[in-house]
Design a protein around this ligand. Sequence first.
Ligand SMILES: [Zn+2]
Ligand SMILES: [Zn+2]
Ligand SMILES: [Zn+2]
Length: 89
Amino acid sequence: MSDEACAHIESINDVKQPERRECEECVKIGARWVHLRTCQTCDATLCCDSSPNRHATKHAHATEHPVIASAEPGERWLYCYPDDSFAEY
Ligand SMILES: [Zn+2]
Ligand SMILES: [Zn+2]
Ligand SMILES: [Zn+2]
């Protein structure tokens, strides 16, 4: 973890990986997504801010779950919404 990572990110030991590579909210409404993110609090895999529905950000604000990880193959980073903190792992 980098020195700039916030306490939320520092507290994560095992990064949760997506169970399925799909946005669970987009699947319900038949929408499309661009990239996927996995919530590190509840394991929900949702779509990124480049996607029309931005479900990961909506989820973070609605639930106050602070940290997401990229669910894209080959990407290894975490992002904390309240602290606007980013860390590769
Ligand atoms: Zn944080
Ligand atoms: Zn979505
Ligand atoms: Zn969550």
